[in-house]
Design a protein around this ligand. Sequence first.
Ligand SMILES: NC(=O)C1=CN([C@@H]2O[C@H](COP(=O)(O)OP(=O)(O)OC[C@H]3O[C@@H](n4cnc5c(N)ncnc54)[C@H](OP(=O)(O)O)[C@@H]3O)[C@@H](O)[C@H]2O)C=CC1
Ligand SMILES: CC(C)CCC[C@@H](C)[C@H]1CC[C@H]2C3=C(CC[C@]12C)[C@@]1(C)CCC(=O)[C@@H](C)[C@@H]1CC3
Length: 279
Amino acid sequence: MEKVILVTGANSGIGLALCERLLCEDSRLQLCLACRNMQRAEAARSALLTSHPDAHIDLLHLDVGSVRSVLHAAHKVKARYNRLDYLYLNAGIMPNPQIDIKAFFKGLFSSNVVKMFATAEGLLTQQDRVNKDGLQEVFATNLFGHFVLVRELDSILCQAGQTSRVVWTSSSNARRSAFSLEDVQHRLGTEPYASSKYASDLISLALNRHNNSQGLYSSVICPGLVMTNLTYGILPSFFWTLIMPIMYLIRIFTHTFTLTPYNGAGALSPWIRGQSITV
Ligand SMILES: NC(=O)C1=CN([C@@H]2O[C@H](COP(=O)(O)OP(=O)(O)OC[C@H]3O[C@@H](n4cnc5c(N)ncnc54)[C@H](OP(=O)(O)O)[C@@H]3O)[C@@H](O)[C@H]2O)C=CC1
Ligand SMILES: CC(C)CCC[C@@H](C)[C@H]1CC[C@H]2C3=C(CC[C@]12C)[C@@]1(C)CCC(=O)[C@@H](C)[C@@H]1CC3
């Protein structure tokens, strides 16, 4: 039977590039694009079918930031498929990012410059808000909705005699000091993105501890700095294009500047060949 793979946030950026790469590896896959906007999902499906006309691509409505939507989507997945080989938890947001220009120039002339470019430590803050479920939006989207999805799908992820993988798109921006057990949603701080990514690293460890014996394996991957809608929210796309030569220069010093969604997705797709990778 063909592998069944579900990708959240599959309609753009790294998620879409991942789908493209997965189909290049195995065009017989059963791919499910889980997206909140069905028009964009349909456009992504058409784009993938252009390069892989015989591909099996389903769409699933999923707003990972809404518990109700996650429960409904999980129910549909279980009705549609009797197995799930790979679950890519990729959807993510970074709302209202602000760069600390002073910290950037200070970091530029310090011994920490490479680390600064690789992790953005101390450079970025975001303005979060409370969503309809009463949760912090970044926490709900990047972490909690995905966690609920995994829990709801455990009957098809943890099946006897079968191995399933959960792969979180995490980030080198994940930082322990941004996360607190007293404030897991990061209501009080200004780095909800770093906190949510660190929390996803922790959840992945916990999933392994609890579910490896049932054949479920969880991993976290950072795709590197990639030009997507998320990064175009930090600086406008024309500015990124303008500084592209500088970015290629920085790439000499840090392998984290992967820059294209295709390169970034490369860190996520080898899993389907069963290869182990170093990050
Ligand atoms: N770009 C980068 O440099 C890096 C990105 N990442 C991570 O990679 C992942 C993908 O981001 P990237 O491709 O860069 O950015 P994009 O903004 O291009 O992609 C994000 C995807 O997530 C979807 N999404 C956002 N919120 C929700 C939601 N509530 N429900 C369902 N889908 C949602 C978006 O859908 P829609 O089109 O409807 O908004 C979109 O498809 C994220 O988790 C991000 O944190 C990690 C490290 C670096
Ligand atoms: C390169 C230019 C001359 C100046 C760009 C400065 C900053 C805008 C970037 C330097 C490091 C970047 C970075 C990210 C965003 C843009 C920078 C702060 C991320 C936080 C984007 C999202 C992620 O998940 C991380 C992996 C990125 C880490 C590096």
